[in-house]
Design a protein around this ligand. Structure first.
Ligand SMILES: [Fe+2]
Ligand SMILES: [Fe+2]
Length: 206
């Protein structure tokens, strides 16, 4: 029996979409990034509430807004390929975000800033990795967006680093947690940025 025309189109489109994103690591990375952006936003809400400087409050509020924007952009990509939101990651990162937000009130000034910077440092390569994965499937249309989101995370990393760079605790934490003035989880230098077309050497696979 022939299929109704509309159903045939839907099935064809669906199979095309599924074929285009046969990349388990990329799908998982998108779903995880979508939920982790929420954790970051919650954490910054707590961070803003725990600070007293109006300037720092405004700056970190902007970082929170950037994270919500990233979440919206990642969702747009997921929707384009029919990738469902992960309930497991949503719950996990909800809890993580709320715990970090609450901890900002009890662990003093240095640690929330330090760990925010360290987290941002790791997030940078998630977006460059997505770009690499998409490119391995021959998809380049998300390159600029992913590049810009990765660069934004780098700006966040540097912002937090500058906030603690003169703190006497930094050298000790850098030794323990492998992030600080002389160590980063990515190889991007904002003072020597390569354009999106020449950004393939960012975040090389280990
Ligand atoms: Fe983000
Ligand atoms: Fe960020």
């Amino acid at each position: 029996m022939p299929l109704p025309a509309d159903l045939f189109v839907i099935l064809t489109l669906k199979s095309t979409v599924n074929l285009r994103l046969q990349h388990a690591a990329l799908v998982d990375l998108l779903r995880q990034a979508y939920s982790a952006e929420k954790a970051a936003s919650f954490a910054y809400q707590g961070h803003v509430a725990s600070l007293s400087s109006p300037k720092e409050k405004a700056d970190i509020k902007q970082v929170e807004m950037d994270e919500w924007e990233h979440r919206r952009e990642v969702l747009k990509i997921m929707n384009e390929y029919g990738i469902p939101i992960s309930r497991k990651y949503e719950l996990k990162y909800y809890v993580i975000g709320k715990i970090i937000a609450a901890s900002c009130f009890i662990i003093g000034r240095f640690m929330p800033i330090y760990f925010a910077g360290r987290l941002e440092s790791g997030n940078v390569c998630e977006y460059f990795r997505m770009k690499q994965y998409f490119n391995s499937l021959g998809i380049t249309k998300h390159d600029r967006l992913l590049y810009e989101m990765g660069m934004k995370e780098k700006e966040h990393e540097i912002y937090f680093l500058q906030m603690v760079q003169n703190d006497p605790l930094l050298p000790r934490f850098e030794k323990w947690f492998a992030w600080g003035a002389g160590s980063s989880y990515n190889n991007i230098d904002l003072d020597k940025k390569y354009p999106v077309e020449e950004s393939d050497h960012y975040c090389p696979k280990k």
